[in-house]
Design a binder for this molecule. Structure first.
Ligand code: PMT
Length: 398
């Protein structure tokens, strides 16, 4: 299970022979779904190269506190804010002493001071250094401040001695890191959401579309990511910023949305179709701008493929949720769509009311299942999205 989905881990590496294991920690954190940025002390770079850590993490490695280039890209305060957790592995005796005394002379110790996120350290040192009263005193100080201490393990050491001080194994460190986070209702699940309108070209400058702003779909994507899901948002053209921690795939037409949705439906456990997909597209798209030469103009339209129905027809289909934009008979029409499109759930909204539905900040919906329905009164779309995601999370079969 991807227990660290959407989690941002700032991995601090200090100087010690165990630094080579931090490469394996990066890989395992990523396997668990986490994004990793690495900060290395000068001593750490003697044991493993920043280039290795950069290649593995997929992000530039941060080394210096006073580096104008690095500050311009992502300043140290921004980095401290970015992290959901700071994990220092290996943590040397020297570095443990430094943070126990609140020092901030280098980038990593400064981040420890600046960040409000949890801090975890995996000590690694010679057994004599670990047993030393000063180190033990520092460790107790850190524990007293709520800092998580992972390990160390006992055994034979690189220096030839035997005893406590070896860094814990990467898989144990990653498991302990994941355990510090509350598991969201959708942790370990892949969720795909369609949002916004589609545009169907008539000629190079004109298209058929609708008033969808994408607000409902974007709010659902944010709520799904917040609930721990690996979230993919397939979005028609809208004026909204891509949500944080969500992989957003921009598309224009219904056919593009269809292609993206069918390819992303693989390995997905929940599919939510909130997009207002154009039902028809022009049969011919004129290569040149159509001239105003006649009094009337006839455009022949053909039906677009139905995205949500195609997803619901797949073998091993995800739990499939459709929306129904109606102007009358909300419940009956929604139930009709539930059956016709083979859906698990339909969220119906009355789009004749300008204060809800299309392009508004609020919505009021009827959640329709085959045998029952539940009304959720008018509320902000972000709050509604969280309620819907919590409800749907309970309905998805394990
Ligand atoms: O984007 P906002 O401004 O926030 O507005 C939100 C909304 C009103 C667009 C949203 O709440 C909504 O109702 N979305 C569905 C709009 C719609 O197209 O409904 P429909 O009843 O025509 O379609 C039924 C379902 O089939 C929908 O899940 C739709 O995404 C899906 N569909 C439709 C046609 C098609 N070719 N492929 C589809 O997947």
């Amino acid at each position: 299970m991807r227990l660290l989905a959407n989690k941002r881990i700032l991995l601090g590496v200090t100087g010690g022979i165990a630094a080579y294991k931090s490469a394996e920690i990066i890989r395992r954190l990523q396997d668990a779904g986490g994004s990793v940025r690495v900060v290395m002390t000068t001593a750490a770079t003697e044991f493993i190269t920043p280039l290795t850590m950069q290649a593995l993490s997929g992000n530039p490695v941060h080394l210096e506190l006073l580096d104008t280039d690095a500050e311009a890209a992502m300043g140290h305060i921004e980095l401290a804010r970015w992290a959901d957790i700071i994990l220092i592995a290996p943590a040397s005796a020297d570095f443990i002493a430094k943070i126990a005394h609140g020092e901030g002379g280098d980038l990593l110790s400064t981040l420890c001071l600046a960040s409000r996120s949890p801090l975890a350290i995996a000590p690694a040192m010679n057994q004599g250094m670990w047993r030393n009263a000063s180190t033990q005193h520092n460790i107790e100080r850190l524990r007293g401040r709520g800092i998580n201490i992972f390990g160390p393990a006992e055994g034979s050491q690189a220096c030839g001695e035997v005893g406590p001080g070896r860094m814990s194994e990467p898989e144990d460190i990653v498991e302990l890191t994941a355990a510090l986070f509350e598991t969201g209702a959708l942790a370990g699940k892949k969720v795909v959401i369609t949002a916004g309108p589609t545009r169907e070209a008539i000629d190079p400058v004109r298209y058929i579309s609708n008033h969808s702003s994408g607000k409902m779909g974007y709010a659902l994507a944010e709520a799904a990511a917040e609930a721990g899901a690996e979230t993919v948002l397939i979005s028609g053209p809208v004026n909204l910023a891509p949500p944080d921690r969500v992989r957003t795939i921009p598309v224009i037409s219904a056919q593009e949305m269809y292609d993206a949705a069918l390819s992303e439906a693989d390995g997905c456990q929940l599919f939510i179709a909130s997009a207002a997909v154009a039902d028809y597209r022009p049969l011919q798209v004129s290569e040149q701008k159509i001239k105003k030469s006649t009094d009337t103009l006839t455009i022949e339209l053909v039906k677009n493929p139905d995205i949500v129905s195609a997803v619901a027809k797949r073998p091993n289909r995800p739990y499939t949720v459709g929306f129904a934009a109606e102007t009358a008979n909300l419940e009956d029409y929604a139930r009709g769509k539930l059956e016709r499109k083979n859906l698990d759930l339909v969220i119906a909204n009355d789009v004749s009311d300008r204060t809800i539905g299309f392009n508004s900040d609020d919505n009021a919906v009827l959640v329709v299942e085959m045998q029952s329905s539940e009304a959720i009164p008018k509320i902000n779309k972000s709050i509604l999205a969280r309620q819907l995601i919590a409800k749907i999370a309970e309905m998805i079969p394990e």
